[in-house]
Design a protein around this ligand. Structure first.
Ligand SMILES: Nc1ncnc2c1ncn2[C@@H]1O[C@H](COP(=O)(O)OP(=O)(O)OP(=O)(O)O)[C@@H](O)[C@H]1O
Ligand SMILES: [Mg+2]
Length: 243
């Protein structure tokens, strides 16, 4: 892809027109967040504190079961905390009742296991998040096609997710996460199941978004080389951020 194309693509990706990097504004503020499962028997988050600045690229590392995915789910309002405070993009996620707009407009989620809808085509999977927005069906299709071109999958739009490789599925998941021009991308091990070359392509796309569009990128990874690409790496251990 040449540079001119890349710049055109950049415009379709995010609403963030400002090229100013890292303001001093926090986009994520978490205080003493606690979350348990199984009627309190399993503690996933144990008084976690975290601040992330707008436009920052943060990687999250930590052992299996330490609470990383639970933390991302809290930031993306996919689950509610038991105790504590969490504000994301100025929205109080504990007290605000209806978070569906927040979820669909502010957040792009790339899940650990892709979570593509198996009986829909690649193109339809990318369109799904736009159903909740106000754009027309025609615009929706145009945007989905542009995004699939951006992740270099234009030739596979009619396939079902089961007919794709792991790396291709992950690229569909990225296109889907970008559908509504989110200000924050939450990526849970986006390169976890991929060979290093495919992983590099995906990372390059994510880093590009962060650098050109000032999108805040919060990425869980087990790979220290991947983590080192971020502005900052935080470690989660037993449901807390290690200092
Ligand atoms: N829905 C759930 N029900 C019960 N326990 C859960 C649930 N989700 C997570 N847990 C538990 O909470 C703890 C934290 O899980 P979490 O998925 O956040 O870990 P993780 O750091 O993402 O691990 P991994 O690196 O393996 O993905 C674990 O002990 C896990 O078993
Ligand atoms: Mg996890």
């Amino acid at each position: 892809m040449n540079n001119q194309n890349k710049d055109q693509n950049a415009e379709i990706i995010s609403n963030n027109k400002s090229s100013d990097k890292k303001t001093s504004k926090n986009i994520v503020e978490i205080k003493n967040l606690k979350k348990s499962f199984d009627h309190g028997k399993i503690t996933a988050l144990n008084g976690l504190n975290l601040e992330i600045k707008e436009g920052e690229f943060v990687s999250i590392i930590g052992p299996s079961g330490s609470g990383k995915s639970t933390l991302l789910n809290m930031i993306g309002a996919l689950d509610k905390a038991d105790v504590g405070d969490i504000t994301v993009s100025g929205i109080d996620l504990i007290r605000k009742k209806d978070l569906s707009d927040f979820r669909s407009q502010e957040i792009g989620f790339i899940f650990q296991l892709h979570n593509l809808i198996p009986n829909l085509s690649v193109l339809e999977n990318v369109e799904v998040p736009m159903f909740e927005s106000k754009i027309s069906g025609k615009e929706m299709r145009k945007r989905a096609l542009e995004l699939l071109d951006y992740v270099e999958l234009s030739d596979k739009i009619k396939r079902k997710p089961t007919e794709l490789s792991g790396g291709e599925r992950q690229r569909v998941a990225i296109a889907r996460a970008l559908a509504n021009k989110p200000s924050i991308i939450l990526a849970d091990e986006p390169t976890g199941s991929l060979d290093s070359k495919t992983g590099q392509v995906i990372l390059q796309r994510l880093k590009e978004l962060h650098e050109k569009e000032n999108v805040t990128l919060i990425m869980v990874t087990h790979d220290m080389n991947v983590a080192s690409l971020a502005d900052r790496t935080i470690e989660v251990l037993d449901g807390q951020v290690q200092n």
